[in-house]
Design a binder for this molecule. Structure first.
Ligand SMILES: [Fe+2]
Ligand SMILES: [Fe+2]
Length: 208
């Protein structure tokens, strides 16, 4: 990815962050300061070492891909989502849902911040894992990091992030993943969007 494209993605991410997440959210500013500060490599990090988004800016690009896929899924299933909350006997407000969708999608892979480093061997540079915070889980680590800044993280946002890997990584969930998806349409949307962004989009750097 060209540096200019990386900056364009960063600006788009911050625009969605600024516009879709309410200023009332406790810790929004602290989260933004951390994201854009020197301690955090979110906007330059890759999304993986060898697979999707394995280049600088890959993590931000993937997070935006998941957001875009989730918005599309929400449009497709808008009526089912509304009815599902009715059945669950929980209030549904589309604007709040879209805010939670932005929170969960933009930050579902926060566990990959300060997680990769570039190493050169035999003149070949490649990303390797260099874990700075060995928390253990994948989704749960993202929830933990996000909650350090966003103090009013909602239950469904935390569930959606924790369960975003679905059945492929269930160590973060003591119940069946299905129970979480039954409880939270948001969680199912975020998981499905992550899966679509990972497996349907061509986001790999070419192998040398
Ligand atoms: Fe993930
Ligand atoms: Fe992801």
């Amino acid at each position: 990815m060209e540096e200019l494209d990386r900056v364009i993605l960063q600006n788009r991410f911050l625009k969605i962050f600024d516009e879709k997440i309410s200023d009332e959210r406790d810790g929004k500013e602290a989260l933004r300061d951390w994201l854009t500060g020197d301690e955090c490599d979110f906007f330059t990090a890759p999304a993986s070492t060898r697979y999707h988004g394995n280049y600088p800016g890959g993590l931000c690009e993937h997070s935006l891909d998941v957001y875009d896929m989730a918005v599309r899924l929400t449009e497709t299933f808008s009526e089912e989502i509304r009815r599902r909350y009715l059945v669950l006997n929980r209030p549904y407000n589309r604007q709040d849902f879209m805010e939670s969708l932005a929170v969960a999608c933009l930050f579902h892979d926060l566990c990959k911040v300060n997680f990769y480093t570039m190493r050169t061997r035999n003149r070949n540079a490649a990303y390797v894992v260099d874990e700075q915070l060995p928390f253990g889980g994948h989704g749960s680590k993202s929830v933990y990091i996000l909650s350090k800044y966003l103090k009013d993280l909602k239950d469904e946002e935390a569930i959606a992030i924790n369960c975003h890997m679905g059945f492929s990584r269930s160590e973060d969930n003591s119940l069946s993943i299905g129970d979480s998806f039954y409880y939270s349409p948001l969680a199912w949307i975020v998981h499905t969007a992550d899966s679509a962004a990972t497996f349907l989009l061509d986001r790999s750097a070419e192998e040398e």
